[in-house]
Design a protein around this ligand. Structure first.
Ligand code: HDD
Length: 710
């Protein structure tokens, strides 16, 4: 049994929810013999039945039902990938509210009953790339949550960014066609850096706010576990008294919001295209369960028109200074999937899936989405997609929707219509748990219009830009410059620099200079100078610095200091991070005093220097040991490991002779080192933490500084 299988068996007991129990009815352990799909034991699955004299290969016979079944099943393995969000990863978990404080807004038990544990399944995704594209591309990330509530399934189909490119669902095919690979050559994959995308967003200024977010560090998250999630659209809540509230849903990660730097993200696309997928699996199997707080922003129905923006416009946030975020619950992901296809590929989310106490608003993006998701599942999975194990609810499903391809359920009874003489399956009044249809009065004319406040596109783009730190602004400028540099049509990059000048003059000027755009001489529009505190990622840093779930590489060669490495590993484990020994070879690496190659002993290196790259780790520690430090200093790749990590602003630590390696071989600029072999004082500068003399407390202090530096 592999380590992953063993861990999985161990966690099964603690992750048991009603949904996991339901899925286990369909889950099969590997067994000892092979049958065909009908259960007949198969004698040979390596050789097609042939007409032969026993010595020479003769023709393959069509009559071989086992071979035909095997090949035919294989031929039909693929289903259409999602038209957007094709690349993704998923996990199981649970959701709990802390108390019943949301009762004033909603009758939904999932949001008010603190004694409930609601099973959830979450799928994270990128938008643009195909199923096989890389994880760390610059893109929006999908954050779709399915709640298997006792009242039926509820889906929040959200993103890691709180706004969207367009205001009206009818524009969705256009934005998606524009961002996807271009039609004539199907280029590029997993990127928005091309003419068509920037052409479209330049002509569609309602996308300006969203562009600011995607081009900021939000577009390149460090992991799925370190991103916020947003329902984006405006939904509604209805309470027991029948009062209605507008609501936005938020997920806030326990570990804070973190991103790659662009160079790192680009490199990981090649070095480990599955980085985010593996990260999610690694965190869950090592017990660092991804956790988010769940919050709601609520506006009473009577206040709908009190804001300068339209609260039904998905290109706008509700600044938290105006509409405070109320944290009401928590979600934990604690179980990886058993098999990717039936769970992650077949899971089907729909914004239209809501439960009593939760409803929709007139948000024109949401209304179109409510049509699109159900519809797309029919072409991906067939009309009976709700019956697939991952999609079916944990509460009873009872109706007369029948038949269709791949129907699973068998219903007893002689009637399949309502009303019927037997009074089977009758509609349920809201007093008895039936869905509450909020009575909204509607009047007006039919017209293809958008509300007046929908016409303003730049105020909040400015608000976002103004709310960033200086380095976040610089990252954003660099990102737009990178993207526009990949557009070779001057019409495109010239016009987009003009759009940027509506947001911020300096932003537009710098980008225009970088990409050969039209350098503006004065702002098209004055910057209103307002900012809000919750838009910068820094706002979400955990109150106590933590290294939980971080990947820390310990760089050694033969002759390293064993006591130090043991101390380091213990301190890293105590901080719930993972340590990875990187050595000259995968296998035993020998400490000071041991004979190299003397069998088991020392530490087992998880990877050799060439087997991985610095990009795949969060922090680096070089322990002492004169011979080890010398060998590291003579190796260009190990020097590159640390230089590259420094360039990506990663935390770096060194002890004793390891500090000499940093100072004399790696030669990082402007660093203050502690090279004094008698000093256990931890010195820290520019994210580099050094200590001359080894002590366990020194290591613990150093590790904490690494956390604080992150
Ligand atoms: Fe969408 C998938 C999120 C607008 C039509 N969307 C999809 C997924 C996420 C989102 C996370 C992947 C779900 C999964 O993991 O299976 N989409 C959003 C957000 C939007 C949004 C946050 C704006 C607020 N989407 C949107 C519009 C339309 C769609 C306006 C159509 C009018 N989206 C789809 C789709 C997909 C989809 C075509 C593709 C696969 C699927 O639904 O199941 O129906």
């Amino acid at each position: 049994m592999s380590l992953t299988e063993a861990l999985k068996e161990k966690v099964t007991a603690v992750t048991q929810t009603a949904k996991i129990a339901d899925l286990q009815r369909e889950t099969h352990k590997p067994d000892t013999y092979y049958t065909n799909d009908l259960g007949v034991k198969v004698p040979d699955t390596d050789n097609w039945l042939k007409a032969t004299d026993g010595q020479h290969t003769g023709p393959s016979l069509l009559e071989d039902q086992f071979a035909r079944e095997k090949i035919s099943r294989f031929d039909h393995e693929r289903i259409p990938e999602r038209v957007v969000h094709a690349r993704g990863a998923g996990a199981h978990g649970y959701f709990k509210v802390f108390d019943d404080r949301a009762k004033k807004y909603t009758s939904a038990a999932v949001l008010t009953n603190a004694s409930r544990t609601t099973p959830t399944f979450v799928r994270f995704s990128t938008v643009q790339g195909s199923r096989g594209s890389a994880d760390t591309v610059r893109d929006v990330r999908g954050f779709a949550v399915k709640f298997y509530t006792d009242e039926g399934n509820w889906d929040i189909v959200g993103n890691d960014i709180p706004v969207f490119f367009i205001q009206d669902a009818i524009k969705f095919p256009d934005i998606v066609h524009a961002v996807k690979p271009e039609p004539h050559n199907e280029v590029p994959q997993g990127q928005s850096a091309h003419n068509n995308f920037w052409d479209f967003v330049g002509l569609q200024p309602e996308s300006a706010h969203m562009i600011m977010w995607v081009m900021s560090d939000r577009g390149i998250p460090r992991s799925f576990r370190m991103m916020q999630g947003f329902g984006v659209n405006t939904y509604t809540l209805v309470n027991d008294a029948g009062e209605r509230f507008f609501v936005k849903f938020h997920w806030i990660p326990e570990l804070g919001v973190h991103s790659f730097v662009w160079d790192e993200a680009l490199k990981i696309c090649g070095q480990d295209p599955d980085f985010h997928r593996k990260d999610l699996e690694e965190a869950i199997t090592t017990g660092a369960y991804p956790t988010w707080k769940f919050g709601i922003q609520v506006i009473p129905e009577a206040d709908e028109h009190k804001f300068e923006f339209d609260i039904l416009d998905a290109t706008k946030v509700w600044p938290e200074e105006l509409v405070p975020l109320e944290i009401i619950g928590e979600m934990v992901l604690n179980r990886t999937v058993d098999e990717y296809f039936p769970e992650v590929e077949q899971v089907a989310f729909c914004t239209s899936h809501v439960v009593p106490g939760i409803g929709f608003s007139d948000d024109p993006l949401l209304q179109g989405r409510n049509f699109s998701y159900f519809d797309t599942q029919i072409s991906r999975l067939g009309i009976n997609w709700q019956e697939l194990p991952i999609n079916r609810p944990v509460c009873p499903v009872m109706n007369y929707q029948r038949d269709g391809q791949m129907r699973h359920k068998i219903c007893q009874g002689t009637v399949n219509y309502w009303p019927n003489r037997k009074e089977h399956f009758k509609p349920v009044h809201p007093d008895n748990g039936g869905y509450i249809e909020y009575r909204q009065s509607v009047e007006g004319m039919k017209a293809r219009i958008r509300g007046t406040k929908f016409q303003e596109h730049f105020n909040q783009a400015q608000l976002f830009y103004n709310s960033l730190t200086e380095y976040e602004k610089q990252h954003l400028i660099n990102a737009i410059s990178f993207e526009l540099s990949h557009c070779d049509d001057p019409v495109v990059y010239e016009s987009y620099t003009k759009v940027l000048n509506n947001i911020d003059f300096e932003l537009a000027r710098q980008v225009a200079i970088n990409v050969g755009g039209v350098v503006p001489e004065q702002p098209t529009r004055k910057n209103h100078g307002q900012s809000t505190r919750t838009l910068s990622q820094l706002y979400y840093a955990p109150k106590e610095p933590t290294i939980k779930s971080r990947r820390i590489a310990i760089l050694v060669a033969d002759g390293f200091d064993m006591a130090q490495v043991e101390g380091l590993r213990a301190a890293i484990k105590a901080g719930s991070a993972t340590s990875w020994v990187i050595g000259p070879r995968r296998g035993w690496v020998y400490p000071e005093g041991a004979v190299v190659g003397s069998g088991k002993g020392g530490v087992w290196a998880d990877h050799h220097y060439e087997g991985q790259r610095s990009t795949l780790y969060d922090a680096f520690i070089v322990p002492g040991g004169a011979k080890s430090a010398q060998a590291l200093a003579e190796n260009g790749r190990t020097i590159h490991w640390i230089r590259e990590a420094f360039g990506h602003c990663k935390a770096i630590g060194a002890i004793g002779e390891g500090v000499h390696f940093l100072r004399e071989a790696v030669m990082l600029p402007g660093i203050e080192y502690n090279t004094n072999p008698n000093s256990a004082t931890v010195t820290s500068s520019f994210g580099v933490v050094t200590v001359g003399k080894f002590s366990t407390t020194g290591i613990a202090a150093g590790i904490l500084m690494i956390a604080a530096n992150d």
